[in-house]
Design a binder for this molecule. Structure first.
Ligand code: GAL
Length: 992
């Protein structure tokens, strides 16, 4: 019998299983063992800076906040990878809406510190504002200020200046600790203002160091960790602390170093980036591994994945070590990967789960570590242009699930379920102590779709039911949970949320489109059932209502009566539909919204629900709200609503979609060549003499040479120039430059103004790429004669290595190492020039030492009227640097959030690269013959979407091929009606 939009009177069937359980729940046939931890109090709801004090603790099951269990379902976001503070709110609201209750945040020391003793937390560096925005959005924060973070940033987060200091970093070396204390004092001064314990913010956890695996056994490591612990506590951080162990090794578990007797305030956390083609590992609280980790290393702290791969970073392109672009990351770690791996994590007792990255963003300026290019999109669920991807679907479903079903916060492992007909299915079985809930995770490790027969027990004896598990996918099933006033016996669809909305309970279940599902709800007597949408069948037997449906769109089944006065609305949603269902908890009750592309906020005032959010196409709007709410305002516009049989309010007018966004062609280019430094007569008298004789670099200074590493002279980022004067060169046949850079570095040289050529750092292979051994020697034939002569050398250093192995690899030299001649031994007197004083607004990582940068050619408002007018594409020949500038105006409608990028393209044989400056902000580096990145996100705020903008391109060509720019155009990466208000970031010109 198929029911559609009409009342179904269920026929009472036999009571074969002999249990009579009321709709309001009752005695369980399979109650779990008594809890060993505190009874799971209710999740205390979304956090905020509410002025009240709070308790933050944990037991072996989960975090416990104000006495209630909370599963922290967290997404990693880096404020330093989105240099537009207004857009932080956009990203955080999107994460909250998609089910996250927590964000995890690295703070990168180098981003805030241009020099020892100098710390900047203003403008795009306003950590205070970021943490306030997180609290206003209702997200808990896991703060991770290092001092070392890794994170694919320059020197793993260490400031450039730290590369030229004494003492072994990441140990208890006293000089290093002095700097560390300086940093922690600066960052903690802000962090203490945002502790959830104080009611002034939402920080609930704080990480010390990161993946600190190399000094675990020695005193220099243990003393270092003890020092950090003491320092952070002395600074007033009173929330639980933890470390992120590099893999599940049990390193830095409670009791492994001195926490001043505070063993109870330290958690064990670890990370994992398993290969998506392998079987998901069992390495959580319940995982195997002897003394290596998980429960065996830390039986009294909850399973805590401080980072779990939500995608993966992408390297530069090149023959041996080939970046494929982030579409590839998103393909290999797709929605099904997330379900397989994240549900396995939950099955292994993980209760603090952080997805690294959930929004990757942009490593703008000189922020990227040598292993990555500008985009840090990461193949994350929310892409670099802030657009949702299909990967948000499982995030949304699981996030809302752990928030709505408190039983999931305390689970014990039970005997694994025996599955019939499911070869290749791995089945996990967990029980919630003290309740009747069972959780089953079914994972299909084969490529074939499988229908497994699973014995599901709710409050009855197990019933074998067919459950579809698509190939290389997974699903979570629950039995015996409350749906409000009624109990779920079982469902073959995955639960997503349950909420008391208005006069009824609403429960949402999800699955793939077209799947056959069966949902059984306990009912002592026969209820009235109405199918309002979709097709479903309902039968009543054995004290339970059985609803079968094939998923497609939103199937609505209203269950009324049956001994319970409160109706239950069952919503069965396919994946696509599930991400149009938005739950928002307000102090006056929960709201469930269906239809728009995003719900950002919901506030209730009297009889009106005020909603803000986004649409892309036209959309319906339906709202389940607390009793008494009769009016709805969407983005400040009142909407006519009608009441529906589903207990909701439905807008009688559709919400409009986003309007068109027109982008101008980029024309009116002006061109100017630079590198006057290559000319013999260039005045370098203000440059620093490179005459030091010792260095703290880990790269040895070659015998008989002065120190030439740029960091030793205070130049830490981007290009660096050297000019060397010498005589006595008669007989010289060649000159050799040994130099050190990050990957994709290069060196170009001139002798007395004549180009000698360009040498590119060989591309490392996968094995060596993280080790940072990028040194090479470039030899050019010369016949200079006696002299005097001038050598001019430009080194594109790229960046400092990370220090992942805690062996000071960030101190590997950068720039020239030595210069020797074959056939002569002239003494060269060197001068060096790198970046000018750091831009006080855009920060130390914005600029390198190109002539144009030192002159401010990247800035808006410089007088470029005298530059040569040119059109693109170009096909210039010659070694050196040429700048191109243009202005353009955008007129995006104020109600439209347009995400815009800059796309460069050309014949891939052309050997040139481009630094992209938008309104003076360094938006990254394009390497035409390397790739893979062609489109650079221009974040609104840096980009004025309703005004004038200046684009400056610094093109560096090696002269072996014609050089562009080729095609340069603006690209629309996404648009929505809605968005957040965007304040322009300060983009000063040269007068400041
Ligand atoms: C982790 C590390 C992160 C990041 C990640 C890879 O091991 O903790 O900082 O480097 O790897 O993206």
């Amino acid at each position: 019998m198929v029911l559609s939009r009409r009342t179904f009177s269920a026929i009472a069937g036999s009571a074969a299983l002999g249990l009579s359980i009321g709709c309001g729940g009752g005695v369980g046939a399979a109650a779990g063992p008594a809890p060993t931890g505190p009874a799971p109090g209710p999740d205390p709801g979304p956090p905020g800076a509410d002025g009240r004090t709070h308790t933050v603790g944990f037991d072996k099951y989960s975090m416990i906040v104000d006495g209630g269990r909370v599963v922290l379902w967290s997404g990693e976001v880096h404020p330093f990878r989105l240099p537009s503070p207004s857009l932080w709110r956009d990203v955080l609201q999107k994460l909250r809406a998609h089910g996250y209750n927590t964000i995890s945040v690295y703070v990168s020391w180098n981003y805030h510190s241009p020099a020892p003793g100098s710390y900047d937390f203003t403008g795009v560096r306003d950590l205070d504002l970021f943490l306030r925005t997180a609290a206003e959005t209702g997200l808990y924060v896991i703060l991770r200020p290092g001092p070392y973070i890794n994170a694919e940033v320059d020197a793993g987060g260490f400031p450039g200046w730290l590369t030229a200091t004494r003492g072994m970093a990441r140990t208890s070396d006293p000089t290093y600790l002095t700097y560390v204390d300086e940093w922690l004092t600066a960052v903690n001064r802000i962090a203490v203002r945002h502790l959830y314990t104080k009611g002034t913010g939402t920080i609930v956890l704080y990480q010390l160091e990161n993946e600190y695996a190399n000094h675990v056994a020695g005193p220099e490591g243990r003393d270092y960790m003890a020092h950090l612990y003491k320092k952070v506590r002395a600074d007033g951080i009173d929330v639980p602390l933890f470390h992120n162990d590099k893999g599940r090794n049990g390193h830095w578990a409670p009791g492994t170093f001195d926490t001043g007797g505070e063993r109870e305030r330290w958690l064990y956390g670890f990370d994992g980036y398993p290969s998506p083609s392998k079987q998901p590992p069992d390495w959580g609280y319940f995982g195997v591994g002897g003394t290596k980790g998980g429960a065996s290393a830390s039986p009294r702290t909850p399973g805590f994945l401080a980072e779990f791969g939500g995608g993966w970073f992408d390297p530069w392109g090149g023959v041996e070590f080939d970046g494929k672009g982030y579409a590839e990351s998103r393909r290999t770690r797709d929605a099904a990967y997330e379900r397989r791996f994240y549900l396995t994590n939950l099955a292994n007792g993980i209760k603090v789960h952080n997805v690294y990255m959930t929004f990757g963003g942009t490593s703008w300026g000189w922020l990227p570590a040598p292993v990555v290019y500008t985009s840090y999109d990461y193949g994350a669920a929310l892409d670099e242009a802030r657009q949702p991807t299909a990967k948000l679907v499982p995030m949304h479903q699981i996030g809302h699930l752990v928030r709505s079903v408190p039983e999931l916060a305390a689970l014990d492992r039970a005997e694994d379920t025996v599955v019939g007909g499911g070869a290749g299915i791995k089945a996990y079985h967990l029980v919630s102590p003290g309740t009747e809930a069972h959780v089953h995770v079914l994972r299909n490790d084969t490529a074939a779709d499988v229908v497994a027969t699973v014995p599901l027990a709710g409050t009855t004896a197990p019933v074998p039911v067919p459950v579809p598990v698509p190939g290389r996918d997974a699903r979570l099933l629950v039995t015996g949970i409350s749906l409000g006033r009624r109990m779920l016996r079982y469902s073959t669809a995955q639960p997503m949320l349950r909420v008391a909305a208005g006069r009824q309970d609403v429960a949402v279940f999800t699955g793939r489109t077209g799947e056959a599902t069966e949902t059984v709800v306990e009912c002592a007597s026969e209820p009235a059932v109405t199918v309002h949408d979709g097709s479903a069948r309902a039968t009543y037997a054995n004290g339970a209502l059985r609803v079968t449906a094939r998923l497609g769109g939103l199937t609505r089944v209203m269950v009324e009566g049956g001994g319970v006065s409160r109706p239950l609305l069952l919503l069965l949603a396919d994946d696509e539909t599930s991400v149009r269902l938005w739950r928002y908890d307000t102090p006056s009750g929960s709201v469930l919204v269906y239809g728009p592309a995003l719900l950002r906020t919901a506030t209730l005032h009297g009889t009106t629900a005020h909603l803000t959010g986004d649409t892309i196409d036209e959309a319906d709007l339906e709202v389940w709200a607390p009793r008494g709410v009769t009016r709805v305002v969407w983005n400040e516009g009142r909407l006519p609503m009608r009441a529906t049989l589903s207990g909701s309010l439905h807008a009688t007018r559709r919400l409009p979609g986003a309007g068109p966004v027109r982008l101008p062609a980029l024309t009116g280019w002006r061109r100017k060549a630079e590198n006057p430094e290559s000319a013999p007569g260039f005045d370098d008298s203000t440059w620093r003499a490179a005459d030091r004789t010792s260095s703290y670099s880990t790269t040895p200074v070659p015998a008989g040479q002065p120190v030439l590493f740029a960091d030793d002279y205070g130049f830490h980022y981007g290009d660096v120039w050297y000019r060397g004067r010498f005589a006595g060169a008669a007989g010289a046949r060649s000159v050799s430059f040994s130099y050190v850079t990050g990957t994709q570095g290069l060196l170009m040289a001139w002798l007395d103004g004549r180009p000698l050529g360009t040498h590119r750092m060989p591309v490392p292979d996968k094995k060596t790429v993280r080790r940072g051994t990028w040194s090479a020697t470039a030899t050019f034939p010369v016949a200079p004669g006696e002299g005097p002569h001038v050598l001019s050398v430009l080194v594109r250093r790229m960046q400092h290595d990370e220090d992942g192995r805690a062996n000071d690899s960030h101190k590997a030299g950068r720039g020239l190492a030595s210069v020797t001649f074959d056939g002569a031994s002239p003494q060269v007197r060197w001068r060096i020039q790198g970046e000018a004083a750091p831009d006080p607004v855009r920060g130390p990582l914005n600029n390198g030492g190109l002539y144009g940068e030192r002159q401010g050619w990247h800035l808006p408002g410089i007088p470029d009227g005298g530059w040569q007018s040119v059109g693109l594409p170009r096909a210039d020949r010659g070694q050196g640097v040429v700048w191109y500038r243009t202005d353009f105006r955008l007129t995006v409608d104020p109600g439209t959030d347009a995400s815009i990028g800059l796309t460069l393209d050309d014949d891939p044989a052309r050997a040139y690269r481009v630094q992209i400056f938008l309104n003076g902000w360094n938006m990254g580096q394009y390497i035409n013959d390397v790739g893979p990145q062609h489109t650079f996100v221009l974040p609104g705020g840096v980009l004025d979407t309703r005004g004038a903008n200046t684009l400056a391109l610094a093109v560096l060509a090696d002269g072996t091929t014609p050089a562009g720019p080729g095609k340069v155009e603006l690209t629309l990466l996404g648009r929505a009606a809605g968005g957040v208000p965007v304040t322009l970031v300060d983009s000063p010109g040269p007068t400041r």
